[in-house]
Design a binder for this molecule. Structure first.
Ligand SMILES: [Zn+2]
Length: 249
């Protein structure tokens, strides 16, 4: 799987929660995630995702169910590997994974959070890899890192990657014609795709027209293809094709 963008406005906790909640409800979050972000924001995302996956209630920020009221480190279905040493050892992974033979105690899911994921030793990574080949249905995996290149490619291939992008100038104020013009004629950089992502997402939240979700998806996919040195013209065509026909292309 390639990198995709999580177009999240920088550090607003509530904003980040809504974003993840939307992705979760649309079924866009995989069972095993790799999130690349600075340590501080990684921790914020860890908390928010843990909350979503473990919730026994309404899965919104106002929920007061037993799980939402329990700190993650005291939650029976939360397993965390965050070594004080520089390496995550195979024994730690073995122990964490062994708890996955038993179904969750409270929640619909049982979560293993592992960070920094680049601290996984080779043996530990290979052990995890074997486990990820056939994970139990209720299992959720969250690997967090600021150095994704430090993770074995074989492990990475089993994960859905999310990269937290930095705060970009929003294009909300920009009109659609302008944005389309840029997507048609400018070089497609990840910066312009992130801006387009924000803009399209805002359209969706304002109009609730599901077409914008398809455009959003097309842009996210396009961004992954560009990262893999995909053909820019094809990427551009894919985005423009996804644009709702009732709006001028
Ligand atoms: Zn809850």
């Amino acid at each position: 799987m390639s990198w995709t963008l999580i177009a999240m406005r920088n550090s607003e906790r509530q904003d980040a929660f809504s974003e993840l909640q939307a992705l979760y409800r649309q079924g866009r979050l995989a069972q095993a995630l790799l999130i690349s972000a600075e340590p501080e924001r990684s921790l914020m995302l860890r908390d928010l995702l843990g909350r979503l996956w473990l919730c026994e209630g309404t899965q919104d920020a106002a929920c007061t169910c037993r799980s939402c009221q329990t700190a993650l480190e005291h939650h029976p279905d939360w397993i965390e590997l965050n070594p004080t040493s520089k390496t995550i050892h195979i024994d730690d992974v073995r122990l964490a994974v062994s708890t996955m033979t038993v179904a969750p105690t409270w929640s619909p899911a049982k979560v293993i959070a592992l960070y920094p994921a680049d601290a996984l030793g080779r043996e530990a990574a290979n052990y995890l890899l074997k486990h990820l080949e056939e994970p139990p249905r209720f299992a959720q995996y969250l690997l967090l890192t600021n150095a994704p290149d430090g993770i074995l490619p074989t492990v990475k291939s089993r994960l859905q990657h999310w990269r937290l992008v930095g705060e970009e100038k929003t294009m909300a104020a920009e009109d659609q014609g302008n944005l389309l013009g840029r997507l048609k004629h400018e070089k497609l950089t990840s910066k312009i795709l992130v801006q387009a992502c924000y803009w399209v997402r805002d359209q969706y939240y304002t109009t609730h027209e599901t077409d914008w979700l398809s455009v959003w998806e097309a842009i996210i996919e396009a961004s992954g293809q560009l990262d893999l040195n995909g053909n820019e013209d094809l990427v551009r065509a894919r985005i423009l094709r996804s644009w709702p026909t009732r709006y001028a292309r």
